[in-house]
Design a binder for this molecule. Structure first.
Ligand code: ACO
Length: 172
């Protein structure tokens, strides 16, 4: 039978210092399959379009990521009393040829539920992803954000390093 609480990646990648600084009503941990029903996708809806994702599709995506250990680190902050997910973030580790086959961490899909914003959960999510990046050997973490969020990332220790460029492709 599927273990719904099996973590996406080993819990040794969760920063003990940040965990201990979280108020005890929250818990910081890797994504797990049961988060489909705990509101993981709803938190992402505060960030962008998510679409209708069935539990089967979610499980398929989760298993794809879990099979690639060392690449996908999706973390959540859970409200312990209710079990609901209130904060999410991803670190995707890219293997490069430059910088002596270096590793770069891409910070993606950061979101905190509206009701929990302003409680320093966002800054802890970024700190937790920075910890993972350092632990796995990345020489830097990078991210794209809107000008609206620039000061949030400055408070997380990031600095503006240029422009984001994008090209969208038709699904057809
Ligand atoms: N502009 C300026 N300062 C900000 C902003 C902002 N948009 N957001 C937070 N801050 C400041 C806070 O005031 C706080 O400052 P302080 O330490 O001086 O008091 C500090 O940054 C830390 O704030 P947190 O409380 O940790 O932020 P929060 O938990 O609310 O999370 C987040 C911030 C993630 C941006 C949240 O507002 C959110 O989920 N927004 C909607 C989704 C989104 O835009 N996500 C980011 C997408 S970019 C990406 O994914 C790479």
């Amino acid at each position: 039978m599927t273990d719904m609480s099996a973590p996406l990646f080993p819990t040794s990648f969760i920063c003990p210092d940040i965990s201990s600084k979280l108020a005890p009503v929250y818990s910081l941990r890797p994504l797990q399959l049961s988060d489909y029903k705990a509101g993981f996708l709803d938190v992402l809806k505060d960030l962008t379009t998510v679409g209708d994702i069935t539990e089967e599709r979610f499980t398929e995506q989760f298993e794809y990521m879990r099979a690639r250990q060392g690449e996908y680190f999706v973390i959540v902050i859970e409200k312990v009393a209710t079990g609901e997910v209130v904060g999410v973030g991803t670190l995707l580790v890219e293997r490069k040829f430059i910088h002596e086959c270096g590793l770069v961490g891409h910070i993606e899909d950061i979101a905190v539920a509206k009701s929990e914003q302003g409680k320093k959960l966002g800054i802890k999510i970024i700190g937790a992803l920075d910890f993972i990046g350092k632990k796995i050997g990345c020489y830097k973490n990078i991210l794209d954000c809107s000008p609206h969020n620039e000061q949030f990332y400055v408070k997380c220790g990031y600095s503006n390093a240029g422009f984001e460029m994008t090209k969208r492709f038709d699904k057809s």
